[in-house]
Design a protein around this ligand. Sequence first.
Ligand SMILES: [Zn+2]
Length: 144
Amino acid sequence: MKITGSSQPLFTLSDGMLYDSRKLPWSECCANPVRAIYSQLFHAIETTEHMRACLRHGAYCYGSGEIMFVCSDGACLCFKCAREEYAQISSSIREGFSDGWRVIGLWDSGSSDEPEYCAHCNKFVSAYEEESEYLERIVEEQGE
Ligand SMILES: [Zn+2]
């Protein structure tokens, strides 16, 4: 029996690689990815290829939470802003600029007790609480 592949000729598997069933039989194409880095999260982002793979992966880290991108100045960018400002980010990564757009890694809400704000749009990201709850807690802690 010949396995002819999925209904989509280009596909990704859970390994984050891109495969093309048009070029090779189904059984062989899974051993020969078209792109080894395609759709996956990198906690250290050193190249624009890493950045694009993170953007293709999506805004949520399986089993954890929503991701944000950490820039070389320590500020965070939400997924939406990183996607919209990809041209600036990729230029800064390639050139090694420290202009506030060079993404160097990922932060995910599920691995931190403290929330983060996007430095570009001020979006609040937390795995545990809404922004109003967070602000109330901060005010209570300051009052003690
Ligand atoms: Zn944002």
